[in-house]
Design a protein around this ligand. Structure first.
Ligand SMILES: Cc1cc2nc3c(=O)[nH]c(=O)nc-3n(C[C@H](O)[C@H](O)[C@H](O)COP(=O)(O)OP(=O)(O)OC[C@H]3O[C@@H](n4cnc5c(N)ncnc54)[C@H](O)[C@@H]3O)c2cc1C
Length: 275
C-alpha cells in the first residue's frame, strides 16, 4: 500500500501579489485583514486548513519578493537579500475566500486572514493591527494538511487561537455527515466565532482567563478528560509547539491512536520569533 502523502500541495507554485482591501478588529484579540487585487486571480482556494506564506514589507518598509517559488529557491533568495531589505515572512491560513465577482470590497477575488493579536513586539501581529487599504503583500500557497484517512470515522480537532482559522476552515469544508469534536482554547470569551460545523461535531471553547497561564494547558487537559470513541479516530492538532506535541503524545500513548492517523503541527513557539 502506498504511503499517504503528508500534505495536499497546490498544483502550481507561484508567489502572488495582493493588496489590503480592508482591515478590522472583529473581536478583542482578532484582526481580519482582507486581501484582493488582480494578482489573486492566480490563487486556487482548496478549503480546509489551506495555509500560505505571507510576505509583508521588511525593515526598510519596502516589499521585495523572491522570484523563485520552489520550496528551497524562495528561501535561498530571501537569505541573499540584506537583512534590511528582506520581507517579513510568516505563515497564515485562509479564513475565507470569495471568487472574483462575489467580493465585499471590489471586483477581484478576496481572501480573509484572521490574525491573532499577541503584541506589538511581534512583527506580523503588529503589521495586521496597522494594515491599511493599498498595503502590498506577497503570498505563496502551501496547500492543506487536514487529511482524515478513509478508515477513520470521527475527527478530533484541537488548537489554540492561531489554529482557530484552520479549524474553522476544516469544519466548513468537511462533509456535512462528519462526526467528531473540536476543542479550541482562546483568551477571551468574545473571541468565539461561528464555525459552521456539521451537526455531528461538538465544539468546546476553553477560555484562558488567567493571563499567566501557558497557552495550551486548558485545551490539553480538556482532551485528556474527553470521551473518545474506542476506534476510528483521526486527530488534527495545531497551535503552540508544546500543545501540539503534548496532545499528540497523549493520543498515541494513552488513547492508542496510530501515529499515521494524527496530523499535528506546531504553529508557533513560546519566546521564539518565527522568522
Ligand atoms: C500552517 C500555519 C498556519 C497559521 N495560521 C495562522 C492564522 O491564520 N492566524 C494566526 O494568528 N496565526 C497563524 N499561524 C501562527 C503564526 O504564523 C505565528 O503566530 C507567527 O509566529 C506570528 O508571527 P509574529 O511576527 O506576529 O510573531 P513572531 O515574531 O513569530 O514571535 C514574536 C513573539 O510572539 C510569540 N508568539 C508568536 N505567535 C504567538 C501566538 N499565536 N500567541 C502568543 N504568542 C505568540 C512568540 O513566541 C515570540 O515570543 C499559523 C502558523 C502556521 C505554521
Amino acid at each position: 500500500m502506498s504511503k499517504r502523502p503528508k500534505y495536499v500541495k497546490p498544483e502550481h507554485r507561484e508567489i502572488l501579489t495582493a493588496q489590503v482591501l480592508a482591515s478590522k478588529r472583529i473581536s478583542p484579540n482578532f484582526v481580519r485583514v482582507t486581501l484582493g487585487g488582480e494578482g489573486l486571480a492566480g490563487f486556487t482556494a482548496m478549503g480546509f486548513d489551506q495555509w500560505f506564506r505571507l510576505f509583508m514589507p521588511g525593515r526598510d518598509g519596502s516589499l521585495k519578493l523572491p522570484t523563485s517559488a520552489s520550496s528551497l529557491g524562495w528561501y535561498a533568495q530571501y537569505l541573499m537579500m540584506g537583512k534590511e531589505h528582506r520581507p517579513l515572512v510568516r505563515n497564515y491560513t485562509v479564513r475565507d475566500y470569495r471568487a472574483a465577482g462575489f467580493g465585499e470590497f471590489g471586483s477581484t477575488a478576496e481572501l480573509d486572514i484572521d490574525f491573532y493579536s499577541h503584541g506589538d513586539d511581534s512583527p506580523a501581529s503588529a503589521w495586521a493591527s496597522g494594515a491599511t487599504p493599498g498595503d502590498k503583500v506577497g503570498l505563496l500557497d502551501e496547500g492543506i494538511t487536514y487529511q482524515a484517512p478513509e478508515h477513520t470515522e470521527w475527527s478530533l480537532l484541537v488548537g489554540d487561537e492561531s489554529a482557530l482559522p484552520g479549524i474553522a476552515g476544516i469544519l466548513r469544508s468537511a462533509p456535512r455527515g462528519l462526526e467528531g469534536a473540536a476543542y479550541l482554547e482562546i483568551s477571551h470569551a468574545e473571541d468565539k466565532q461561528e464555525l459552521g460545523e456539521p451537526e455531528g461535531v461538538r465544539v468546546h471553547w476553553l477560555v484562558r482567563t488567567d493571563p499567566r497561564a501557558p497557552t495550551g494547558a486548558l485545551v490539553t487537559d480538556a482532551v485528556r478528560r474527553a470521551e473518545l470513541p474506542a476506534g476510528g479516530v483521526y486527530g488534527f492538532v495545531a497551535g503552540e509547539q508544546k500543545l501540539a506535541a503534548g496532545v499528540r503524545r497523549h493520543l498515541v500513548q494513552d488513547r492508542e491512536i496510530p501515529k499515521a492517523d494524527i496530523t499535528f503541527t506546531g504553529y508557533w513557539r513560546v519566546g521564539k520569533a518565527a522568522g
